[in-house]
Design a protein around this ligand. Sequence first.
Ligand SMILES: Nc1nc2c(c(=O)[nH]1)N[C@H]1C(S)=C(S)[C@@H](COP(=O)(O)O)O[C@H]1N2
Ligand SMILES: [Mo]
Length: 346
Amino acid sequence: MTFSFRKITKPKRKALWLYALASAFLLLSCTSETKPKPTRDNLLSVSGEVKNPLELSLEDLKAMPSLFIKDVLFIQEKERCGDPEKFIHGAHFRGVLLKDVLLKAGMKYVRKWEPGVYITVYDTQGKEEVFSFGEIFYSSIGRSVLLAFEENDKPMVFPQGVCDLLVSTDLRAGRRLQGVSRIEVSRVDVEMLAYDDKKEKVVRPPTLAFMLMDHKTGATRNISLETLKALPPVRLPFAVMAGDCEGFRGIYSFEGILLKDLLVQSGVDPCRPEYNRYVLVASEDGFCATFSFGELFNSRLNNNLVIAYKLDDALLNESQGFAMSVAGEDNLGGRSVKRIQRIELF
Ligand SMILES: Nc1nc2c(c(=O)[nH]1)N[C@H]1C(S)=C(S)[C@@H](COP(=O)(O)O)O[C@H]1N2
Ligand SMILES: [Mo]
């Protein structure tokens, strides 16, 4: 059949126009439906020890309550301690707090188990940074760890991944990740005996020394009160001791040494911190806490992570052991591990 435009009558022409319009509309709506499905590289997965694993797109992130952080400064990491400081760049950022994404997924571990949790954030290239549970949820660092998607009021572009990771309270930019695609929640493999101890009225002997083990170098050291006293003393004038399980105990002063000083003395290079590493502080009863290399070596809030041997000017008592950890800036005593039996570097 031949088809000539001239032969078509006026009402028929109108119907044709309508038909053309409708098919154009259909075609348009079809193409918007068949736009490329998000691949794993432009989704952010949250998995591991969480109640509800998540897969978030950039749009999902943008739909969450966001935070604006003004004047985030990026300073270059050093190659060696003597190198001069080099300023890279400063900008304002908007994004979602890592803490809020984790809360959306829901943390599986609670009470005495939670300080042993740590969080690993990966970019699409597999580069990873570790954060401790306490750093994100007890300390104010957690209010500066941002999954950013807007820089200087403009949307950021992510060829891969769905956001950048930045820590506005850090000193240098080593923990920045561009194109984040995965968050994994884990807990250290330490058996919890503290609850059974309490039920069975087990009293653990006071400690006189603890072991420090670096799993990377294989080095081990025995740490006594004398080792601690040989390091520069620090004082935390106010630390709040309270917790989920024991309630509020009080505000105390502590004296001891910086955990980072003990690590440097044990061979860790403070000028080239490895941000995928963390420190475990554990007691014989299984109560333990993690500290990330980032918070220890690269935070403006790092001068409060202490191994204490005195509380309110007296040496610690038998139930506290000769040494306990204190995170002076934390809002809970969750990282105050009493009777330290070992410190392990992972
Ligand atoms: N070794 C050890 N340290 C520990 C605990 C524990 O069970 N074992 N509990 C922690 C918790 S959950 C809290 S709230 C405080 C409680 O301290 P308190 O028992 O002196 O009140 O200690 C922390 N340190
Ligand atoms: Mo607690």
